[in-house]
Ligand binder design. Structure first.
Ligand code: CMC
Length: 375
């Protein structure tokens, strides 16, 4: 019998307060600093949302101009970072290369060695913008390297979303694609104490540095029960092939006790608040690329899952096919999630620093009774 004091997976446990976001399964809502994420996705750039998460308020027009200029000035990759990525075998998962690159950025930041260099809020504000600016360059470099293509330099005349797509593909897609990409970034930016954010907070709680905390968060995000689900959705779609196979495929997968990726959520049990917004973006992409077959498969699996298990999709379900239509390699989907969630991760790391208590839970020992060596 489970001990009543044990909370496997910390399910239902409230471990701290936060002012960054609130997930409300009862009202099916997600608020960033009080604003519904749907409103932010409809009306704000990703840069504005990043600023909001870090500073608690949306930027004024002047603050936004200064913030955008700073982000645009920090996009170029250091040759040493390129070399660190190149040292990771091209066959490795892009999340492994991303994790290595971020870890290496920490090694290159000599200000960490200054007195109070790890915790200084001004230095950390700068590091957060630096990571925000660098992650798209790293992710784009990794995808192009995987395709055997030369890297594309960033452009400071482009906003965050456009520049990200430019560096990845070497051309600018139509506005409908840029907008769907921006929406995905806004929706992925923050989600309270999810596994990767909590990992980042655990690392920050030891007063380790922001790069270490983000490196650990990337490791947590990689897993298929968390961020890795968005690419796993496309592996499932590839197995299913077309809408008319969805029910048979699902019955077999459930009989084999497989988890259906992109469905279910630890907090939302009646549907993920972010899904309708991302599904609308997916619909616009489907129309743009004339891929009604993709939406038919999407709907067929969703309906079959509802009928068999009454489990609803999470954000990774619409974002997987959306990123696929945009032309990203499947293994780059989770790095895209990381490039958005860097905003939430760093906001939480700084919140942890500001009112820190070492995160160190207890466990109930169930091993052998005390015993002694017979020597
Ligand atoms: N496919 C099949 N069965 C499922 C699924 C699923 N995706 N999700 C939950 N269930 C079943 C589960 O088997 C269990 O059934 P039973 O009570 O008969 O054993 C019941 O529903 C409760 O599930 P649980 O695993 O105890 O719930 P949880 O809160 O621990 O898990 C979850 C949440 C996200 C880990 C799980 O739903 C899952 O593995 N989903 C697939 C992976 C996925 O899509 N992850 C992305 C999560 S959200 C966005 C993100 O972070 O990236």
């Amino acid at each position: 019998m489970t001990d009543p004091d044990i909370h496997k997976g910390l399910a239902g446990v409230v471990v701290d307060t936060t002012t960054i976001s609130s997930v409300n399964p009862q009202t099916n809502s997600l608020l960033y600093r009080g604003y519904p994420v749907q409103e932010l996705a409809a009306h704000c750039s990703f840069e504005e949302v990043a600023y909001l998460l870090w500073h608690g308020e949306l930027p004024t027009a002047d603050e936004l101009v200064a913030f955008e200029a700073l982000e645009r000035s920090l996009r170029t990759l250091d040759d040493r970072t390129r070399r660190a990525i190149d040292d990771v075998p091209v066959t490795a998962h892009p999340m492994d290369a991303l994790r290595t690159a971020v870890s290496q950025l920490g090694g290159l930041d000599t200000t960490l060695q200054q007195p109070d260099g790890i915790l200084d809020p001004a230095l950390n504000d700068g590091r957060a913008v630096y990571l925000l600016a660098q992650l798209p360059s790293i992710v784009a470099y990794i995808q192009r390297r995987g395709r055997g293509l030369e890297p594309v330099e960033p452009r400071d005349d482009l906003d965050f979303s456009r520049n990200f797509l430019w560096m990845t593909f070497g051309e600018l897609p139509d506005d409908v694609v840029v907008d769907a990409f921006r929406v995905s970034l806004v929706l992925y930016a923050e989600h309270s104490f999810n596994a990767s954010t909590f990992t980042a907070r655990v690392i920050a709680s030891t007063l380790s540095d922001v790069y270490s905390a983000v490196t650990g968060a990337i490791g947590a995000l990689k897993g298929p029960l968390h961020g890795g689900a968005n690419e796993a959705v496309m592996h499932a779609f590839a197995e299913i092939g077309s809408a008319d196979n969805a029910e048979t495929w699902l019955d077999t997968a459930l009989a084999e006790k497989r988890k259906i990726m992109g469905f279910g959520h630890r907090v939302y049990k009646n549907g993920d608040s972010r899904v309708p917004t991302m599904r609308s973006a997916l619909e616009r992409l489907v129309e743009h690329y004339d891929r009604a077959d993709m939406l038919a498969l999407y709907d067929a699996l969703e309906n079959a899952m509802a009928a068999r298990k009454n489990i609803k999709p999470n954000l990774d379900y619409p974002s997987g096919p959306a990123y696929s239509l945009m032309g990203f390699d499947t293994e780059t989907f989770t790095p895209l999630f990381a490039a958005a969630r860097i905003t939430g991760w760093t906001a939480h790391i700084f919140e942890q620093y500001a009112a820190n208590s070492l995160i160190r839970p207890l466990s109930q020992y169930t091993g052998p009774e005390e015993r002694h060596l017979e020597r």
